[in-house]
Design a protein around this ligand. Structure first.
Ligand code: E4P
Length: 232
C-alpha cells in the first residue's frame, strides 16, 4: 500500500519521511490553511523536501470546471511532473477530470463520500479516488466498508484507478484497508506514528538492550564489544 503524509507542516514531513517509507504528501486547502503560511510557499517547500520523484497532491480551489482546469495548470507548473491535482468528485469535477486526462494531467477525485462518486471520477479518468473514511463514519455510515466497496467496483469494472483512502482517525482503520488490498492511504502524522506506538514493543526492545549489557559485562553494543572498547 502506498503511504502518504496528509499534512503540510514541513517539520513533520521532514521527520516522518526520514523515518518511514512514505511515497509523498497530500494536502487540501484546510490542511494548507492550518500552517498559517502562504499556501504557494508551503507547497514549494514540500516539493523541495520530497525531491522531484515523490508525489505531491494539491487541490484545485474553484467549483466550476473551467476554474478547476486553470488551477490544475497552475499547480502543475508550480510543482512539476510528480503532481496529482485533487478535483472534488462533483459534476463540474468530472468534466474537469475528463479534460485534464486528455491533456495528460494526473488527477485524484477527492471529497468522496459514496461509491458512485468514486466510480464516476474513475470513469472520467482520475488516477486516484479518495474516500473520506472517518468523515463517512461520522455520518453514521461505514467508512471502511464504503472504501472496500469502491475498491471492488473499480476492480470488477477494470478501471485502472487506485483508491487513496483518506481522513483517518486511527491506525485500526488503516490496517483494515491495508488487509483488504486498498492501494494507497494518506494519514495524519499522529496516525502514522500510531502504527508502531506500542508499549509492549518498546519494552521488548529495551529488554534486549538490558540483556546484552548484562551478558557483555556492561558493553552497550556489538560494535564496542568487538573492538574491545566496551566496559568489562
Ligand atoms: C485527504 O486527501 C483529505 O483531504 C483528508 O484526509 C481529509 O481529512 P479530514 O477528514 O481529517 O479533514
Amino acid at each position: 500500500m502506498e503511504l502518504y503524509i496528509d499534512d503540510a507542516n514541513t517539520k513533520e514531513i521532514r521527520r516522518l519521511s526520514d523515518i518511514y517509507p512514505v511515497d509523498g504528501v497530500t494536502t487540501n486547502p484546510s490542511i494548507l490553511a492550518r500552517t498559517g503560511r502562504n499556501p504557494v510557499e508551503v507547497l514549494k517547500e514540500i516539493r523541495t523536501l520530497l525531491g522531484p520523484d515523490r508525489l505531491i497532491f494539491a487541490q484545485a480551489i474553484p467549483t466550476d470546471a473551467e476554474g478547476m482546469i486553470r488551477d490544475a495548470h497552475a499547480i502543475c507548473t508550480l510543482l512539476g511532473e510528480q503532481t496529482i491535482v485533487k478535483i472534488p468528485a462533483i459534476p463540474e469535477g468530472f468534466q474537469a477530470i475528463r479534460q485534464l486526462k486528455k491533456e495528460g494531467i494526473r488527477t485524484c477525485g477527492t471529497v468522496v463520500y459514496s461509491p458512485m462518486q468514486a466510480y464516476l471520477a474513475a470513469r472520467a479518468g482520475a488516477e486516484y479516488v479518495a474516500p473520506y473514511v472517518n468523515r463517512i463514519d461520522n455520518l453514521g455510515y461505514d467508512g471502511c466498508g464504503t472504501t472496500i466497496t469502491i475498491h471492488n467496483i473499480l476492480k470488477q469494472h477494470g478501471c485502472p484507478c487506485k483508491v487513496l483512502a483518506a481522513s483517518f482517525k486511527n491506525s485500526q482503520q488503516v490496517l483494515t484497508l491495508c488487509a483488504a488490498g486498498i492501494q494507497a492511504a494518506t494519514c495524519a502524522p499522529s496516525v502514522i506514528d500510531g502504527f508502531v506506538n506500542n508499549a509492549a514493543v518498546k519494552e521488548a526492545v529495551q529488554d534486549f538492550v538490558n540483556d546484552f549489557r548484562n551478558a557483555a559485562g556492561g558493553s552497550e553494543n556489538m560494535a564496542d564489544l568487538l573492538s574491545g572498547s566496551g566496559e568489562s
